[in-house]
Ligand binder design. Structure first.
Ligand SMILES: [Fe+2]
Length: 594
């Protein structure tokens, strides 16, 4: 039985093909259209999924959409009416996009995919989130927690999953939303919403939560984690381009200029920012205020999530927790939930945001609508498109690109280890691309984590990221407890997907400075030999050569681009930046010195 899951029209659009309850293919549309966070109808992702599964649209048994457009539209109209006439522009824009496209999803799927209406099912947004986590987890029963910006009406739900059923027993409704609160602060701090949330999280350890009391003036939180926003401080419910109000500015001061460099006295001023300005000290001090605001909203978010987690534990009495929704990508909060609540195991799948809704909708249809038993666990994130050795050979030949071709994998890996040790930055492209926003060793840029200057090198040559953002480590799962405060790492799925931030062991912080954040933490990826044998072997060999079985891993893209999909994109990215070496599957290309 083949079920196609689809999500689109809000954040990341994606498609998933489920065959007899097991994932065959899953991908976000942005990887094909090359438009970051593309939310348009995911035609190319659908075509990829069908091709990967060797099937045709007419042979699909069902198509499941991740939310209910009519209920969402109702919420939109309701909130527009409540805030009219301030919401006049939202009304105009909503009418244009909803009446021309977003409302008629069924017809769109019929026309664009070619599936009859009776095969198309619609699930609730937060039930899709919950299903995407619980039905991918190894747990027979678990508490569920979903937290995002907003679905139809719900912005967060508490639930319980047992076997093939999920019951959401409580929800928090729009406009009260933890995701939209975090996004309002993201915008206030000068970052793009739905993209800059990681930057807020990265900046937070450079500040102190001195504005926590002010944050709690814009959000009221009960002991069970339920919350209410004070809507006087927000504008997202009536504006298309502003998420916070004048009153918010009165409370926190003027927003940060998005064009200005963001650095603090502790973050340093990297060379790619140019020469230090004359008023550097004043600017650094001014930025410290924003870092303190970042720390305050991050700590508040963590505290609220901890309360929610405690409450869902109390209600269910279960020791396992499944989380989804955009806020479940807050890996710092996830690490705290593991360490500070009675939950012993947590499951978050790699595409925990709206992209994952496609996965949840398909699994919901298979288990909850059709009643089939479970047999799938999402053990890894490698569900995207791959390119054969023959395709890569043909590409390099046609483009006349000088390269070394390796028949024996260990010889290639030895060459890569040698270059990493020499301080080179290596593009690493192999197998199927990852599901979700993180690169996990198939479309990654790799470097030596032991060097103090490596963060600056990677940033100066390639990423040009803000100096306060940490890079992540990939580590052999068996070695993890030696370097990180994460006992029994093999049990913890979120660590496979870079969804936990935990402390680096104190004595190891100087050993791996390039991936240790200013507060002594790391957003680790545990790598095991079953799910990515080649990447595992590379890290193992690097460990054999250096004594440190860890590699710095950042996503294979330039600033503002989606992560690469094809060998052509990998090569063109390689040529447009200061990357030293590119590995395309079994081939190695060194950049010629000019
Ligand atoms: Fe969502």
């Amino acid at each position: 039985m083949d079920i196609l899951g689809i999500s689109c029209f809000f954040h990341d659009a994606s498609a998933v093909l489920l065959r007899d309850g097991e994932v065959v293919a899953a991908a976000e549309e942005e990887r094909f259209t090359r438009k970051k966070h593309d939310y348009s109808f995911p035609l190319q992702a659908i075509q990829f999924c069908l091709a990967q599964g060797g099937t045709r649209a007419e042979d699909l048994d069902y198509v499941a959409f991740f939310e209910k457009p009519f209920i969402k539209f109702e919420r939109l109209l309701f909130s527009i009416l409540q805030t009219y006439p301030r919401s006049r522009r939202v009304f105009q824009e909503a009418m244009m996009t909803w009446l021309t496209e977003k409302l008629w999803v069924k017809k769109l799927i019929q026309d664009k995919v070619g599936v009859p209406g009776e095969k198309i099912l619609f699930n609730e947004h937060h039930l899709s989130h919950a299903a995407s986590a619980f039905f991918c987890s190894p747990f027979d029963e678990a508490a569920t927690l979903t937290i995002d910006g907003v679905g139809e009406w719900a912005t967060a739900t508490y639930g319980v999953g047992r076997g093939t059923e999920i019951k959401l027993f409580r929800e928090i409704k729009f406009p009260h939303s933890l995701g939209l609160l975090y996004s309002a602060f993201t915008a206030f701090l000068g970052f793009e919403v739905n993209e800059g949330e990681y930057k807020v999280m990265g900046m937070a350890p450079f500040g102190k939560p001195t504005y926590l009391d002010k944050v709690y003036r814009v959000i009221d939180v009960d002991s069970d984690g339920s919350f209410q926003l004070n809507m006087d401080y927000f504008a997202f419910h009536y504006s298309t381009d502003r998420s916070f109000s004048h009153k918010f500015v009165d409370l926190f001061g003027p927003p940060r200029d998005p064009q200005a460099y963001f650095f603090t006295p502790d973050s340093g001023y990297p060379s790619y920012f140019g020469d230090k300005p004359g008023n550097y000290a004043d600017l650094a001090r001014a930025n410290q205020h924003y870092a303190d605001i970042a720390a305050s909203i991050q700590v508040a978010t963590e505290e609220i999530l901890l309360k929610m987690a405690h409450h869902v534990y109390k209600e269910t009495g279960l020791k396992k927790l499944c989380m989804a929704g955009g806020v479940a990508l807050n890996s710092v909060a996830n690490g705290r939930i593991l360490h500070e609540t009675p939950f012993e195991e947590i499951y978050v799948q790699p595409s925990a945001g709206d992209g994952g809704g496609a996965l949840g909708a398909a699994l919901w249809a298979y288990h909850m609508v059709l009643g089939h038993p479970r047999k799938f666990v999402m053990e890894h994130a490698y569900w995207g498109q791959e390119y054969s050795a023959g395709t890569i050979d043909a590409f390099l030949r046609q483009q006349q690109i000088a390269h070394q071709r390796f028949e024996k994998e260990d010889e290639l890996l030895a060459q890569v280890v040698e270059r990493l040790q020499a301080g080179k930055v290596v593009g690493w492209f192999q197998g199927r691309f990852e599901w979700g926003p993180r690169a996990l060793g198939n479309r990654s840029i790799l470097a030596d984590p032991r060097r103090h200057d490596m963060k600056d090198i990677v940033n100066t040559k390639i990423k040009f990221r803000e100096p306060f953002r940490p890079f992540a480590p990939s580590i052999l799962v068996e070695e993890t407890a030696n370097y990180f405060e994460l006992p029994e790492p093999a049990r913890h799925y979120p660590a496979r997907f870079m969804l936990y931030v935990v402390d680096v062991r104190e004595k190891q912080r100087d050993v791996i400075p390039a991936i240790t954040h200013v507060d002594g933490t790391g957003r680790l990826q545990t790598v095991n030999s079953q799910t990515n044998p080649r990447y595992y072997e590379l890290i193992r060999l690097f460990g054999e050569a250096t004594g440190v079985p860890i590699i710095l891993n950042t996503s294979f893209n330039l600033k503002g681009d989606p992560i690469v999909n094809t060998p052509e994109e990998a090569y063109s990215t390689f040529m447009r930046c200061g990357m030293d070496t590119l590995v395309l599957d079994h081939c190695l290309i060194d950049k010629q010195e000019s």
